[in-house]
Design a protein around this ligand. Structure first.
Ligand code: ATP
Length: 568
């Protein structure tokens, strides 16, 4: 057996042992009622696995998981009881219709800010509930539809008890495999960037809209599958499946088990299905007991019970991929860089940029100076697509920057760093660099970048544990990893000690020598003077100087605006 496989089995041993114990319990000890509870648990595992995508990984509070569960239930209920369709038709239909609904709803709704998104998904649930109650000829109204057939595949009928239990957990196993494939380390890392460093999402080459939509579709598909299985066990579909209760159950299971780990879905579903039985003796105090338990969980174990199982999930393991051999690390000298003409930008009464024109050639290091509020960051934001100019044109290589999305701009070789390094705390240095390299097409350069930014000894350190100066270098490495032809740095020397500034300057010089065009925004003239090959100065949104370092530093307008010195 390969060491990798042995390690995987060792890591999964608590889960495997727990699974084995459950099988023995289900087969030999459990009563038929206990078996039914275990079957329901398996169904909820599928629903919670789906919910983890949107609520956990994508970090969006969707209140529609109960609705997708209900849609799956009603599709199977209606097709099965009214039209006599079999499981092989109703089950895929339940998944497809729930996912289709998520696609229709998701495109407009996923753009909303978090609390509006929650409200919109809640509204969807309420709408579907009203539809189920009022569309009586099809849905059976408030009484629902009885007579949903049992699961039947060809001549094989899956009866209640052990067959149904085994079938449901078999499908839960398939759902676990699909989830673990979807949660490849690179994608988990992309979700982490999206949750923790939203400003830097385009810089990592991540298409946040697509990633969030994928999570929403997966949550709906898993929810629909769970709902379909649920009506087969109940043999009746009623508006309760669409009710808010199902959503609360799902949310509670996810919070108690854990939002991120596959084992969390299993623990949460098993525990919350059995808890009412264990607390039955408390009679009217039962709900109080459950409430106290949940509160304690949220306060003391915010990442859920699965967080006690160290390294117990495939999803938690962020591993790096082998890189192909390095062909070259020298940029194509013929690559065009940046050309800006007459760019203006106004924020209300403030003219942040006023007809700014500038171009940057291959291998140049242009220092951009100017007093606070001069428009330097605005210019960087417009070049990288984070903000749009009111007028003027900005072009680079083959793309019109005014029309391209920030992610497309990053993927087309324009990298940037931020005034405050934007790195998710829990990502390791290597993973942060790898994610940017993988998304921005710079696979071959990773090792060179790691070496040139002097990060070789801290590759496995989480970014959150690093001092400011090192984080700055990691961010520069993240930017370089996509093999850009233009790099924009927003105050890279801020907060760095003189020796750290020297290291940053050396890194930039080395990459410029290979053809990289660099725009460095900074206030620190001691840092810029020996580094820049050219200086430009902005004042109140206007470019007041652009030329050699010596000329710009001696320019009267620059001296007046920036240094407050007026020559006599
Ligand atoms: P600093 O050196 O302090 O970072 P800067 O030269 O980078 O300053 P900008 O951040 O580009 O300046 O700001 C230029 C002007 O535009 C400022 O007056 C600022 O308040 C304003 N501004 C920038 N972004 C916005 C915004 N999103 N909304 C409103 N005003 C803004």
């Amino acid at each position: 057996m390969s060491p990798d496989r042995t390690e995987l089995i060792q890591r999964q041993s608590p889960l495997l042992a727990g699974g084995g114990a459950l099988v023995v319990y289900a087969m030999f000890i459990a009563s038929s009622y206990d078996q039914r509870l275990l079957t329901i648990s398996g169904i909820y595992v599928i629903m919670v696995l789906g919910y983890q995508f949107i609520f956990g990984h994508a970090g969006a509070l969707s209140l529609a998981q109960g609705a997708f569960f209900g849609v799956g239930a009603y599709v199977t209920g209606i097709l099965g009881s009214q039209l006599g369709a079999g499981f092989l038709a109703t089950f895929p239909a339940s998944i497809a219709i729930a996912a289709g609904l998520a696609l229709i709803v998701g495109i407009p709704v996923l753009r909303l800010a978090s609390h509006y998104f929650a409200l919109a998904t809640l509204a969807l649930s309420q709408l579907l509930l009203l539809l189920a109650i009022n569309w009586e000829p099809v849905t059976g109204g408030a009484n629902g539809l009885p007579g949903v057939p049992p699961i039947q595949i060809g001549d094989l009928r899956i009866d209640r008890g052990v067959p149904q239990l085994a079938f449901v957990w078999g499908l839960a196993g398939v759902a676990i495999l699909i989830a673990s494939r979807q949660l490849r380390p690179i994608r988990v890392a992309m979700f982490t960037v999206m949750r923790e460093s939203p400003l830097a999402v385009p810089a990592f080459g991540i298409d946040a809209g697509l990633l969030r939509l994928r999570a929403f579709l997966l949550s709906a598909a898993f929810g629909g599958a769970a709902g379909a299985l649920f009506v087969h066990t109940n043999r009746v579909v009623s508006p309760e499946t669409l009710g808010f209760g199902t959503m609360v159950t799902c949310l509670t299971m996810t919070v108690v088990g854990g939002r991120f780990r596959i084992s969390g879905a299993i623990i949460g579903a098993l525990l919350l299905t059995h808890l009412p039985e264990w607390f039955r003796g408390f009679d009217e105090y039962y709900l109080v007991m459950v409430g106290v338990l949940l509160l304690a969980m949220v306060i003391f174990v915010p990442d859920g019970l699965a967080s006690f199982l160290k390294d117990s999930s495939w999803a938690g393991q962020i591993r790096t991929r082998a890189r192909p051999a390095e062909p070259t690390d020298v940029l194509d000298a013929a690559k065009p860089t940046l050309n800006i003409t007459n760019v203006s930008k106004r924020y209300g009464g403030i003219q942040a940029l006023d007809r700014v024109g500038m171009s940057i050639e291959t291998g140049e290091i242009v220092g951009l100076i100017g007093p606070n509020g001069a428009g330097k960051t605005t210019l960087a934001n417009i070049i990288t697509g984070i903000d749009r100019a009111d007028s003027g044109s900005s072009k680079s290589a083959h793309i019109d920057l005014a029309a391209a999305t920030p992610t497309a701009i990053a993927r087309n070789g324009i990298a940037r760093t931020f005034q405050t390094p934007q790195l998710p705390n829990e990502l390791t240095v290597r993973t942060a660099i790898e994610v940017a390299a993988a998304n921005n097409g710079g696979h071959c350069l990773t090792d060179t970048v790691i070496t040139s930014c002097q990060l070789i000894n801290i590759l496995d350190a989480p970014c959150g544990t690093l001092p400011h100066g090192v984080r700055r270098r990691v961010e520069i490495a993240r930017a370089l990893a996509g093999q850009p032809h233009l790099l924009i740095l927003d105050e890279p020397a801020a907060g760095l000690a003189p020796d750290e500034q020297t290291v940053v300057a050396e890194i930039l010089r080395a990459h410029a020598a290979k053809g990289l065009a660099i725009l460095v925004i900074d206030h620190n003239i001691d840092f810029l003077q020996p580094l820049a090959t050219r200086l430009a100065c902005l004042d109140s949104g206007r470019l007041i100087a652009d030329g050699s370092v010596a000329d710009v530093l001696a320019d009267d307008a620059v001296l007046t605006a920036y240094f407050g010195i007026l020559r006599q």
